[in-house]
Design a protein around this ligand. Structure first.
Ligand code: PXP
Length: 256
């Protein structure tokens, strides 16, 4: 399972003072040295954290893989086509939200058409496309119809589950969606809300091949440095029990 480190919140700290530090470009180098298999950034329409300059430099300097999250909007899709990141993950975006709130709404006609147009442009530019979706069979079916290479399953409901029973239910949903996606040859990623405390059961799921983790790693990096924070998350992912098939059969160990 690959760890992609989302460095948006390094830029959030910089934007709090509209200055030039900390620089997410430097953070990306250190995350890679700490063992990240890829770097993720979200270029939001309101540019609240990552700026165009960051993305331009990162697209030349990231040595692993750059995963660019964007909404299915003309302007940012144009930037993606020009800069050619290794992968684009399409996400829903609302200006008022604090963070991405859920998967793409592919059941409704208008957003599905916008996503479909974005997928066509990105694929024509030779870019691998992933769709951020809720872990439901319906969302997986829509992703298959849209002809993308991958889906990222939203782990937010798992992360927000208030007790063990609810967590197990969410793990079962994730596993079931992962299975149906894999049956249709989609690569399966997952992310959102994952932390040092809750990552292990997700890392132990079979089929999922990539985790996207941001806030928790950047938070820890303020205290211990980004290389160490990434290394500790890598260790937790590697130490997860070997891909247990049934999430209900074991008790998740407590994280670091
Ligand atoms: N995956 C997607 C699609 C996201 O939008 C985000 C947040 O930017 C993440 C993963 C990472 O979430 P977190 O910061 O909670 O780890």
């Amino acid at each position: 399972m690959r760890l992609y480190v989302n460095i948006d919140h390094v830029a959030t700290v910089r934007q709090a003072r509209l200055t030039d530090e900390p620089d997410p470009v430097r953070a990306a180098v250190l995350a890679e040295l700490g063992g990240a298999e890829g770097v993720t950034v979200h270029l939001r329409e309101d540019r609240r954290h990552i700026q165009d300059r960051d993305l331009r430099i990162l697209s030349e300097t990231v040595r692993t893989g750059l995963n660019l999250e964007v909404a299915a909007e003309d302007e940012v899709i144009g930037i993606a086509c020009e800069l050619q990141p290794m992968q684009v993950t399409l996400v829903p975006e609302r200006r008022e939200e604090i963070t991405t709130e859920g998967g793409l709404n592919l059941a409704a006609e208008a957003p599905r058409r916008a996503v479909s147009a974005a997928v066509d442009r990105l694929r024509a530019a030779g870019i691998r496309v992933s769709l951020f979706v809720d872990p439901t069979d319906e969302a997986v079916d829509h992703a298959v119809e849209l002809g993308v290479e991958a889906i990222e399953l939203h782990t937010g409901e798992y992360a927000n589950a208030s007790d063990d029973e609810a967590r197990q239910r969410q793990l079962t949903r994730l596993l079931s969606a992962a299975r149906s996606g894999a049956e249709s040859d989609l690569a399966i990623h997952a992310g959102h809300g994952l932390t040092y405390e809750n990552v292990t059961p997700v890392a132990a799921l079979p089929i999922i091949e990539e985790l996207n983790i941001g806030h928790s790693i950047v938070s820890r990096s303020i205290l211990v440095g980004i290389e160490r924070a990434v290394r500790e998350m890598r260790q937790l992912i590697r130490a997860a029990p070997d891909r247990v098939a049934e999430p209900g059969r074991w008790n998740p160990p407590v994280g670091f």
